[in-house]
Design a binder for this molecule. Structure first.
Ligand code: PMP
Length: 382
């Protein structure tokens, strides 16, 4: 059976170089970076080199990179500590955020009584920046803005530089979930005044269970996970040295190849869009996912004109044909609650249709797209 992996926004295939790096580190660097003997010092030096290399990519200091278990922890570290330790009483965020942010904010609202305000999105999923500014200007308390750079379901690209300057002009702290952005877009934290950001290695062809938080110097943040004094006192526990080495390798390659891969992946997405529109009548693209300027180049969320009761079947059928993609609307997700993002942006009529997210990577090809479109067409017509 053919195997087609169009789910890179969920997690991505590891690069061979990353596997090679991790294997070497697993074999040779088994000292605990906290130990003072030769083995420990060697692991520590590897870790600190990784930190320096990552910091260089974003034009920040090595001490501003904190290794974590992934994006979720990096989001939690910043948001929770802002409320618990930095006196933040109001959070401005969006209903289109990932649950790593949304549920964190909701729990702080419940447990700590923090005020939560949501920005408005236009019908196409773009942010209403004027409303955001008005909302922020009205905030009297110390405020944290938490807005993602790239939306994981519909790919919408937020104007993070603008959001950062508005946040700073109004004295707010800014956190950005950059899990779908880091490794795909390059943000210069030396220039863009973001205070905290979250990254996850498995979104850029690195290993799972590792990521990092960018935490601006002298932020005053306190650890979420307490214990030893690792990660500059901001995150306790022995670091996953091999995974951090793999993540660093993955990130370096991602940025070395950025322009070429961006162009290649964008051409795949464009081809998919064009061919799908030609093959199936009344297909639409959710949010701004079909727009090449205002969305990322790798995510396309498709709304298919088929009856609601066929939705679940479609996803099974695609899986049976070896096609991996993500389902994205309430009607398709069986027992779970469905996509909170699509519920926010789609009309009730469209929400009934199955929405599927296809996300592409440098490992995909046009013949794979042809195969998926042929399979979708057969399904829709039968
Ligand atoms: N934020 C976004 C936008 C994501 O797409 C994801 C992963 N689906 C996360 C946070 C969580 O990252 P991790 O899996 O590394 O915890």
């Amino acid at each position: 059976m053919k195997k087609v992996y169009f789910d890179s926004a969920a997690t991505s295939q590891l690069r061979n170089e990353v596997i090679h790096t991790m294997t070497n580190v697993l074999k040779t660097e088994y000292g605990n970076p906290s130990s003072t003997h030769t083995y420990g010092r060697s692991s520590k030096s590897l870790l600190e080199n990784c930190r320096k290399e990552i910091a260089k990519l974003f034009n920040v200091q090595a001490s501003e990179i904190i290794f974590t278990s992934g994006g979720t922890e990096a989001d939690n570290l910043a948001i929770q500590s802002c409320v618990r330790n930095l006196g933040v009483q109001t959070i401005i965020t969006s209903k289109l955020e990932h649950h790593a942010v949304l549920h964190t904010v909701e729990s702080l609202q419940k447990k700590e009584g923090v005020e939560v305000l949501y920005v408005n999105h236009k019908e196409d999923s773009s942010i209403d920046i004027d409303y955001f500014e008005t909302l922020l200007k009205k905030c009297k308390n110390k405020t944290l803005v938490s807005l993602m750079h790239v939306n994981n379901e519909i790919g919408t690209l937020l104007p993070i530089e603008k959001i950062a300057s508005i946040s700073k002009e109004n004295g707010a702290l800014l956190h950005s979930d950059m899990v779908q952005s880091i490794g795909h877009f390059k943000t210069d934290f030396g220039k863009v005044p973001i205070d905290f950001a979250a990254a996850s290695a498995h979104k850029f062809h690195g290993p799972k269970g590792v990521g990092f938080a960018f935490v601006r110097k002298n932020s005053g943040l306190k650890p979420l996970i307490v214990g030893g004094g690792q990660e500059r006192g901001l995150r306790a526990g022995t670091e996953a040295v091999y995974a951090i080495a793999g993540m660093t390798e993955a990130l370096k390659i991602a940025y070395q190849n950025l322009d070429d891969e961006k162009q290649y992946i964008a051409s795949l997405k464009e081809y998919f869009k064009t061919e799908l529109t030609k093959s199936i009548n009344n297909v639409t693209f959710n949010g701004l996912s079909g727009d090449s300027e205002q969305s990322t180049y790798s995510i396309l969320s498709v709304n298919l004109p088929i009856p609601e009761d066929k939705a679940q079947l479609l996803v099974f059928q695609l899986d049976l044909k070896g096609i991996a993609c993500s389902q994205g609307s309430a009607c398709q997700s069986g027992s779970d609650e469905g996509s909170h993002v699509l519920k926010q942006i789609l009309s009730p009529y469209k929400l009934k249709n199955p929405s599927i997210r296809f996300s592409f990577s440098c490992f995909n090809t046009k013949p794979e797209i042809d195969y998926v479109i042929k399979t979708l067409k057969e399904f829709v017509e039968n």
